[in-house]
Write a protein that binds this ligand. Structure first.
Ligand code: FAD
Length: 394
């Protein structure tokens, strides 16, 4: 496969993964998603099934005990799990998000120590970047890490962390040199149970309710110096940017899965529901809604695959394409879920049917891992940069 060929037809290996995840999602996620959502219950039991099926391994390199399926493996996982439940998908992918700073920036020792345990599903991870006063404006974060002997002392609070409280290990971003702005941020691996490390209350969210979200609170928390990712201070911002470039295509894939789930439910319902003596699918208004939904889902899927292939190959335009995929797929998921509720009419507005949950869940896709507005900023920055070297005759 050349660097930029987009896998419209998945390889045999990826098709096998897709079949496997579809079966696990059908048997283990779809039957329990409503209950998990209602009870606000973290999906440990589902993770046990994922572990048995080897799905944690599918996210990691062979060198560390994974299956070595690369970015496309993550894309398939994200799409298929979100098709069943974005809450389960978010909780599951939080481990990859929390592992990525180690994968992109860790020392060999750190990779050998942590990645095999994460790949086996023995432990799960979370990613601690956002703070109460530093959301889109990441460089303004205030958590500090001060070196004292062979330890760093962390103080500060992280906000909205997926998997917080449940995860065993956290990649946490903190300032080590305030005078250097974003170039003075470092990343640390912090284990649950470290003295001075606690969690805030469980957030009561609109959607993805089975994915636990809490604050991380650091009060004179002593972290061993060997847990500084990469072993060198002030590289944390680069680790964060590389992480987001690699994780945004997976969020886009989650959006494609969410949209596909909502669309499939809407199509099925439109073929069953009768009004004015005919199935509602025979009304052109409904057909056009379904046609636009399906077209946008296909477009989002192709853009997601393209961004994934570019990210995997370290293409120079990765940031722009990852942002394009995340933006377009998230907007598509929200639009498709909204129209799915419309096609269900009053039945779409109640909890008996699945589209109400797709609608609540989809909203987070436009917010986490960079809001839609931030993706547009990133895309525009890329476009303006490339326009300076492109001479156009008009
Ligand atoms: C359920 C959930 C799970 C999350 N999981 C994680 C996690 O695991 N780890 C983690 O680190 N973070 C996580 N986040 C945080 C998430 O990434 C942030 O919420 C997001 O980046 C937005 O930050 P904010 O909420 O502070 O909004 P703000 O940055 O305050 O933005 C508010 C509004 O202003 C707009 N805005 C801000 N700046 C600009 C600008 N320059 N141009 C145009 N518009 C702008 C935004 O688009 C938004 O509409 C999670 C959030 C939620 C809600």
């Amino acid at each position: 496969m050349s660097e930029l060929s987009i896998p419209i037809n998945l390889s045999e290996e990826l098709k096998m993964l897709q079949d496997l995840v579809r079966e696990v999602v059908r048997n283990e996620v779809i039957p329990v998603r409503k209950e998990l959502d209602e009870k606000h219950e973290y999906p440990w039991k589902v993770f046990e099934k994922f572990r048995e099926a080897g799905l944690f391994q599918a996210m990691f390199d062979e060198e560390y005990g994974g299956m070595g399926l690369g970015m496309m493996g993550n894309i398939i996982l994200a799409e298929e799990i979100a098709y069943g439940c974005l809450g389960v998908g978010t909780a599951f992918l939080a481990t990859k998000l929390g592992s990525l700073p180690i994968e992109v920036g860790g020392t060999d020792e750190q990779k050998k120590k942590w990645l095999p345990r994460l790949a086996s599903g023995e432990i799960i991870a979370a990613f601690g970047l956002t703070e109460p006063n530093a959301g889109s404006d990441v460089p303004s974060l205030q958590t500090t890490a001060v070196k004292k002997g062979d330890k760093y002392i962390l103080n500060g609070t992280k906000q909205w962390i997926s998997g917080a409280g449940q995860a065993h290990v956290y990649t946490v971003f903190a300032i080590t040199d305030k005078s250097r702005g974003p170039r003075g941020i470092s990343c640390f691996i912090v284990e649950k149970g470290t003295p001075g490390f606690s969690f805030g209350k469980k957030e009561d969210k609109l959607g993805i309710r089975c994915s636990e979200t809490r604050q991380l609170i650091f009060e004179d928390c002593e972290v061993p110096a060997e847990n500084l990712v990469g072993g060198r201070e002030n590289n944390g911002f680069i680790h964060a940017l590389k992480t987001l470039n690699l994780s945004r295509p997976a969020v886009a894939a989650s959006a494609v899965g969410t949209a596909q789930g909502a669309y499939d439910a809407a199509m099925q319902y439109a073929r069953e529901r009768e009004q004015f003596g005919v199935k509602i699918v025979s009304f052109q208004a409904i057909q056009h809604m379904l046609a636009i939904m399906a077209t946008k889902i296909e477009a989002a899927r192709l853009l997601t695959y393209k961004a994934a292939v570019m990210a995997e190959n370290g293409h120079k335009d990765t940031a722009k394409f990852s942002a394009m995929a995340k933006y377009f797929a998230s907007e598509t998921a929200m639009e498709v879920a909204t129209n799915a509720v419309q096609i269900f009419g009053g039945y779409g507005y109640v909890r008996e049917y699945p589209v109400e949950k797709y609608f609540r869940d989809a909203k987070i896709l436009q917010i986490y891992e960079g809001t839609s507005q931030i993706q547009l900023n990133e895309i525009a920055a890329g476009l303006i940069k490339e326009s300076t070297t492109k001479k156009v005759i008009y």
